[in-house]
Design a protein around this ligand. Structure first.
Ligand code: ARG
Length: 559
């Protein structure tokens, strides 16, 4: 229910448009008014003092709609809502399954590049941000009716694959790698670096093998594809646990044959120059170091592939937005290649957006990637699930499906840790904090949802026609229902700012509002008043469930 629109329709001032009124009308504190309209701006048009205008509007405001009272105070038109009526309408929509407008994105396409892990490298905790934020955006845009293309821009190109082939040829054991996966690949990769120090010939061999990959040599390609398959098989298991989906797995190597045309175009436009044998775009004028396109030895770069990928995405999907959910460490990279596309005259360059996020470190200090001992995301998930299992066993020993609920709670806690704060902030991951059932956490939301489920199942089926909404006269009911009505606006804000934490924080507010509501309102009892309260609980349950789903978090009914 768009309360502001309804209120604006009720106010008429000659020479002032509905849009203008909409922008001026502001939510108020709920004590002096529910909404207030400052009338100072109309004084000139109408040739009247603001207070007079407010008085006139107060008189004209019809009281048979959603307004119960209108008063003029110091040049403001203060409006009070007929809360019971609003509550009834909001709940009726929510109970009907209309939680938000799911058509706002119709006809529009959004590409989201997220997670974008590297082949044969650990899927580590540093990827949690891009994976969780990207997935939440993916689900939210989709829910709003957008056509969404989720892209895992795999890091599957680079000289490291030459090294890996040499390592595999020397020390690889297929059986061991089939079983051990990326960890086993990492082991021989690390060994390569150790032995390379005393054996420069290994470096030469690695270069040779990479050249073979570039030429598409059969043996080289077979091994390359094998490493890729091992990695993908493993990460797909992790994505499944995280409820993360992709529509495209086109990684960097996909663009091998798509870079030349864009390089030619940049040449034609006179944007490129040769510097120390390398091809670059000079960005001095824009206070940036040059964007490196082709190295002196002819090798292309990360940026070259991103240029080709952006053009490919535009040509293939004709996007309205193309988002890159990538850590802020790459700020410069994105600024540079966006600038190059703009200079090349692509009018869609302003539709690209770098959705940057902060770093994760572990509270126990276990994040020391320098020595190659990265913290694997799946290990963090396993540990969180084990801890969630202990908490659940203590809190609810009779629960059936304990293992499944522990998985939902543990994994949910990990995901939520990356979504709870504004994305640009660095986070320190702490198991006890993210699993605190009383904290600002996923388990708190899941627990509140499970409480709603239990009330609903105890109270039995809701009969909306038998609700006496006078049972919702209290402040706690009003706060809860008002929040339910804001769900749609929150989802819009999430997509406008590409900021899922707005949804996380909203859900925390809603859960707290539920707990305050439930403290003072008897729900499970006979009578029409309790039926109305049960409608509130049903509504909160639906919105919590949907909201968690959009964040990629399961909502068990019991825990
Ligand atoms: N694979 C890269 C990394 O791990 C991230 C790729 C992000 N996407 C992109 N189009 N550049 O740092």
């Amino acid at each position: 229910m768009d309360i502001k629109s309804l209120l604006v329709k009720n106010i008429r001032i000659d020479g002032v448009s509905e849009q203008e009124l909409y922008a001026l009308l502001k939510k108020s504190d709920g004590v002096n008014a529910d909404y207030a309209l400052p009338c100072f701006k109309f004084a000139k048009v109408l040739g009247l003092p603001p207070q007079k205008i407010a008085e006139r509007l107060a008189e004209e405001t019809s009281k048979d709609g959603i307004v119960s009272r209108a008063v003029a105070v110091n040049g403001y038109l203060n409006l009070f809502l007929d809360r019971i009526r609003v509550e009834k309408e909001v709940l009726s929509a929510v109970i009907d399954g209309q939680l938000f407008d799911d058509k706002v994105g119709e006809g529009k396409t959004v590409c989201i590049d997220y997670s974008s892990i590297n082949i044969a490298k650990p899927f580590h905790i540093g990827h949690l941000g891009t994976t969780a934020i990207g997935s939440a955006l993916y689900k939210t845009y989709k829910a709003l009716g957008y056509h969404v293309v989720g892209i895992n821009h795999l890091g599957d190109w680079g000289t490291q694959f030459g090294k890996l082939i040499v390592a595999y040829k020397l020390w690889g054991d297929k059986e061991k790698i089939d079983k051990g996966g990326v960890r086993a690949l990492q082991e021989i990769y690390v060994r390569f670096h150790q032995e390379e120090e005393n054996n420069p010939d290994l470096t030469r061999q690695a270069r040779e093998w990479f050249a073979k990959i570039e030429k598409g040599d059969e043996t080289a390609m077979q091994l390359f594809e094998y490493f890729k398959a091992i990695t993908l098989n493993e990460v797909k298991g992790v994505y499944k646990r995280l409820h993360v989906e992709f529509d495209s797995w086109n990684g960097e190597s996909f663009y091998n044959d798509k870079m030349q045309p864009i390089l030619d175009l940049l040449d034609e436009k006179g944007l490129t120059e040769i510097s120390d044998g390398a091809k670059i775009v000079n960005l001095e004028k824009y206070n940036m170091p040059p964007c490196l396109l082709v190295k002196a030895d002819g090798a292309t770069l990360y940026a070259t592939r991103d240029l080709a990928a952006a053009k490919y995405r535009h040509d293939t999907y004709n996007f309205d937005k193309c988002l890159y959910v990538v850590a802020y460490q790459q700020n410069l990279h994105f600024k540079q290649f966006f600038k190059v596309l703009e200079l090349a005259g692509f009018d869609w360059a302003d539709k690209l957006e770098h959705v940057a996020y902060g770093m994760v470190s572990l509270a126990d200090g276990s994040m020391s990637t320098r020595k190659g001992n990265a913290v694997w995301l799946s290990d963090v998930m396993d540990k969180a699930v084990a801890k969630a299992g202990e908490i659940i066993a203590a809190k609810n020993p009779d629960l059936v499906d304990k293992a499944e609920v522990a998985e939902q709670v543990g994994v949910g806690a990990v995901i939520f840790s990356a979504l709870a704060n504004s994305r640009i902030k660095d986070i320190v991951f702490d198991y006890d904090r993210v699993l605190n059932f009383d904290g600002e956490t996923a388990p708190y939301l899941q627990y509140t949802h499970a409480r709603c489920c239990s009330i609903v199942s105890k109270a039995g089926a809701l009969d909306f026609d038998k609700c006496d909404f006078s049972g919702l006269a209290g402040e706690e009911s009003w706060e809860a229902v008002k929040l339910l009505n804001e769900f749609g606006d929150i989802l819009l804000a999430v997509t406008e700012k590409n900021e899922p934490s707005l949804l996380s924080n909203y859900l925390l507010d809603l859960a707290k509002a539920f707990n305050r509501f439930y403290l003072v309102n008897r729900v499970i009892d006979e009578g029409k008043v309790c039926q109305a309260r049960l409608a509130v609980v049903n509504g909160i349950k639906s919105v919590l469930q949907k909201g968690l789903e959009l964040l990629g978090i399961a909502a068990p009914e019991k825990m």
